[in-house]
Design a protein around this ligand. Structure first.
Ligand code: E4P
Length: 215
């Protein structure tokens, strides 16, 4: 399963990238606003750090404006995937821009039916929001499993990108559910590295290594 970082914080992206396990990055208006930076400048900075799909969100709500915005944002860098929210207008825009070769990440997906429509329109990625589904009393991972099954059954060329991940266990569950990608907050990635038995094991090995001459 591919791992994307779900953040616009450049220091965290650099730290994650240095670990060698980051395949892409997702941003959204909330994440960029949190950083207090220019959207385009930050997205381009991210593109210079991570060589993989970098999602940048479109905010237009009318079809022609959304298509123009998607083309403009996609032209910023070859690695950009434009994020388009799941709406009727969004589907029409996905159909048009994906036919031009622009990669679309359909965002705010909360059901297998929405994912099916986005894939049929030509989206390269669908982003089901696991944490927000769980917050609303649903089982977010069930939705991931359903989408994976539908895409497999009909061999739809669209990657499932598990989003709104809240903890390390969500990443394991997404992998077990067959999600192609999980986009995760940096804190979750850094937590995934750790295990108390690893720390304890290193401590013991370092103590024992002092008992013989260094190689
Ligand atoms: C996905 O691309 C979104 O940016 C993100 O996962 C939303 O997660 P949240 O529910 O933590 O805001």
């Amino acid at each position: 399963m591919k791992i994307f970082l779900d953040t616009a914080n450049i220091d965290d992206i650099r730290r994650g990238a240095a670990m060698g396990v980051v395949d892409g990055v997702t941003t959204n208006p909330t994440l960029v606003a949190r950083e207090g930076v220019d959207y385009k400048a930050r997205v381009l900075e991210i593109c210079s750090v991570v060589d993989g799909p970098i999602s940048a969100e479109c905010i237009s709500t009318e079809l022609e404006a959304l298509v123009s915005e998607a083309r403009r944002v996609a032209a910023w860098h070859p690695n950009i995937a434009v994020k388009i929210p799941m709406t009727e207008v969004g589907l029409a825009a996905i159909k048009r821009v994906s036919a031009e070769g622009i990669r679309v990440n359909t965002t705010l997906i909360f059901s297998a039916n929405q994912a099916l429509l986005a894939a049929k329109a030509g989206a390269a990625f669908v982003s089901p929001f696991v944490g927000r589904l769980n917050d609303a009393g649903h089982d977010g991972m069930d939705v991931i499993r359903e989408i994976v099954q539908v895409f497999d059954t009909y061999q739809l060329d669209c990657e499932v990108l598990a989003a709104s991940i809240r903890g390390p266990r969500d990443v394991t569950e997404a992998a077990l559910a067959g999600s192609h990608i999980a986009t995760i907050p940096p804190a979750v990635l850094f937590q995934m590295v750790n295990h108390p038995l690893t720390d304890k094991g290193i401590e013991i090995f370092l103590a024992d290594a002092k008992k013989y001459a260094p190689v």
